[in-house]
Design a protein around this ligand. Structure first.
Ligand code: IVH
Length: 685
């Protein structure tokens, strides 16, 4: 091909690609398939490679950033959610986890049979096989919907195109981890370096970047590997996780050969220790081990909470450590006034992450470890948690001796610091006069899980706060009305204009309609997170009843609200105390009064409407024979029911076990529907 011929073809391609881009990005109306589009791009890139003079600044190959080039992947809905795992770092956490599982099942001891497996540090993928043929490969995504990476998946040598052997089901979704071995990772980075391309930080990132390539030919050149570790749904005739793994192996999938059957928690810990010593010689990254209860019927009974199963646990390896200089100790004031000492460090890289700050937890910790500014200290990063200072490298420190003196006053507002009862933490007593706390509370109030005011950043709030314009959440909603009288009005502030001011007011007005659970969470009451706010909202059904109950709350076992709150599963005394504290403060009630005038607080819609127990209140009484109480409660709650300890006219169902007594009589007297255990099981299956 001559240059002229190439140039002619290039022009046609460039125009075509540009048109497709417009139809795709601007008009949302593509006229060709992604694969055909990719072919056009590939041809253009090949021409440019052969004739570099064709690479002009306006070539489609030169568009800035990855986004315009990336056409994105199709979405892939998973058969069942791809869950994550709870983490444990200590043996005691492992015992506690499986003791809870045992109690849930009504067993005395966590003497389960387990499968223990290496936890591969890659990215999880779901493979769908229909009639034994691979039809789809998808990434985890948000757990419900992932990205369709079938073309990339097909390039993996480890993944069979066709399943062979006994009992291959008509349809099966196989789950596992895509990863890169240490050797291949080093070779890939060497080749990246030779070509002047970006280096990957670690094998995990390299694997993710390689799989999520729109051009599967790139993936094909990356030697990605795969370990299968489970399936979504059942395999006929298979009743244990171990047999699931054996089946996967029979069908031709790679299963990790270091997986073991273990009985009891002690055996798990021995397995963990053993794998930890062999970790460096495995040839691929693992970040811990995973324990799974072997019996699939127990797994099904245990089910899952939030995003993690009750039958499986990740036991991480202890952290990566290093030494660095502690430059200074600063104090950080949190939203609730808790003051945390923070080590400002000479930056150090631990396990691929740069660490410049680490928590010192509290005053006692600093004294106990005798940590001083200027010391060289050991730092540890454990899993995903905040880096910690373990201790001082040279406690003699060449005779230098000036221990750290913990300030008595808040670094921000100069109020006294006081020790929280029975805890090592100290709290700034400044409350709302502490600007750090006040600003963090405002920020929390408008944050995503709370009122979710779009476009209102921490920086804006700081500026409004500094100008005395917004001191409490109520002020946010009177801002627009006050704006006319401001000198200058918001639109004349530096960085603001008509449009941005309008957008802010619109966003605030939109936020005036808020669900009760979000409103409760927005108040920032210590211990009341999103989940508990939802429970409170569900239990009281509306703002008015909730507030009336909260105002009536006393820390007294005879108090009605106290009893109601303590009867809600998942709410504990610590939270009840905080709720009481919040509602005993006059200024909080003033803020609530102000907010009531500005907002429209709506009850949360009752979720899972189609389930027979959703939104209903259920009471269990008597001895259940087929389910434990915990199990029964979890089943009811999974449908969105509230489980209560006492029967009232508001109770919807009373589930009656053997030798029930007074509660059953109460239910009959009040005309509440009575269910047998068997009926309850039917309703919740
Ligand atoms: S089981 C419901 N087994 O770890 C159980 N996960 O922290 C789901 N992982 O998203 C996972 N090795 O990407 C399981 N042997 C193994 C694993 C493993 C690595 C990853 C997986 C998952 C994450 C959860």
């Amino acid at each position: 091909m001559t240059f002229e011929e190439a140039q002619k073809r290039w022009k046609v391609l460039a125009q075509e690609i540009q048109d497709h881009d417009r139809r795709y990005y601007e008009e949302d109306a593509p006229t060709i398939s992604d694969a055909d589009y990719d072919l056009l791009r590939r041809e253009l890139l090949d021409l440019e490679a052969a004739f570099p003079a064709l690479v002009t600044p306006d070539s489609p190959s030169q568009k800035v950033g990855a986004t315009p080039v990336r056409r994105g992947f199709a979405k892939a809905q998973h058969t069942a959610p791809m869950l994550s795992l709870d983490n444990a770092f200590e043996g005691a956490d492992v015992s506690a986890f499986f003791e809870r599982a045992a109690r849930f099942l009504g067993k005395e001891e966590p003497a389960f049979d387990f499968v223990a497996e290496p936890k591969i540090d890659g990215l999880s993928c779901a493979l769908v096989y229909e009639d034994g043929r691979l039809v789809r490969g998808a990434t985890r995504g948000d757990g419900t919907v992932g990205e369709d990476v079938t073309a990339s998946i097909r390039t993996l040598q480890d993944i069979p195109e066709v399943l062979v052997g006994k009992g291959v089901p008509a349809r099966i979704e196989i789950r596992g981890e895509v990863y890169l071995s240490h050797g291949d990772f080093e070779r890939l980075n060497a080749s990246q370096e030779a070509q002047g391309l970006k280096l990957f930080a670690n094998p995990r990132n390299a694997a993710a970047g390689s799989l999520r390539q729109l051009d599967a030919r790139v993936t094909a050149q990356r030697p990605l590997r795969f370990f299968a570790y489970g399936v979504a749904g059942d395999i006929e005739g298979v009743t244990t996780h171990w047999d699931t793994l054996m089946r996967l192996k029979d069908w031709g999938l790679p299963v990790n050969e270091n997986s073991r059957l273990c009985t009891g928690v002690a055996a798990l810990l021995a397995y963990h220790a053993d794998i930890d010593t062999r970790r460096a010689s495995l040839g691929y990254d693992i970040d811990g081990v995973v324990y799974k209860i072997n019996d699939l019927s127990l797994q099904a009974r245990l089910g899952s909470v939030a995003r993690a199963p009750r039958f499986a646990l990740a036991h991480k390896f202890s952290a990566r450590q290093g030494q660095t200089i502690l430059k200074s100790i600063t104090l950080q004031v949190g939203r609730t006034g808790v003051v945390t000492p923070v080590a400002e460090l000479e930056p150090i890289t631990l396990g691929g992450v740069v660490v410049a700050r680490a928590t010192l937890h509290n005053q006692d910790e600093i004294i106990r470890k005798d940590i001083r500014e200027g010391d060289t200290v050991y730092i540890q990063r454990a899993g995903d948690v905040i880096p910690q200072v373990l201790g001082v490298v040279d406690p003699a420190r060449g005779g230098r001796s000036d221990p750290f003196v913990f300030p008595r006053t808040c670094p921000i507002c100069k109020s006294h610091l006081e020790r929280i009862d029975g805890e090592a933490a100290v709290r700034c007593t400044g409350g709302l006069i502490c600007t750090a706390q006040a600003q963090l509370r405002l920020k929390h109030f408008v944050s995503k899980g709370a009122l979710d005011v779009e476009g209102l950043s921490g920086k804006h709030l700081e500026a409004f706060y500094g100008a005395g314009l917004v001191r409490s959440p109520v002020d946010l909603f009177t801002l627009e009305a006050r704006n006319q009288t401001l000198n200058p009005p918001l639109e004349a502030w530096p960085g603001w204009g008509e449009q941005s001011a309008r957008n802010l007011f619109d966003a605030l007005n939109k936020a005036r309609d808020v669900l009760l659970s979000r409103f409760i969470y927005a108040l920032g009451i210590p211990q009341v997170g999103e989940k508990s706010a939802k429970m409170l909202s569900k239990a009281y059904g509306g703002y008015e009843p909730w507030k009336i109950a909260m105002v009536a709350l006393r820390l007294d076992e005879d108090n009605h609200t106290y009893q109601e709150l303590m009867a809600i599963d998942g709410l504990g005394l610590a939270m009840v105390e905080e709720l009481f504290g919040f509602f005993s403060e006059g200024h909080n009630l003033t803020v609530l009064d102000g907010l009531e005038k500005e907002l429209r607080i709506a009850p949360d819609p009752v979720g899972t409407m189609d389930k027979p127990l959703s939104g209903k209140t259920v009471v269990f009484t008597g001895t259940l024979t087929q389910l434990t109480r915990r199990e029964a409660k979890a089943r009811a709650e999974a449908q969105g029911a509230t489980v209560s300890g006492s029967v009232s006219a508001k109770t919807h169902f009373v589930v009656v076990g053997e030798s029930a007594g007074q509660k059953e009589r109460d239910a009959r007297a009040l005309g509440v529907t009575i269910l047998s255990e068997a009926e309850f099981i039917t309703l919740t299956t």
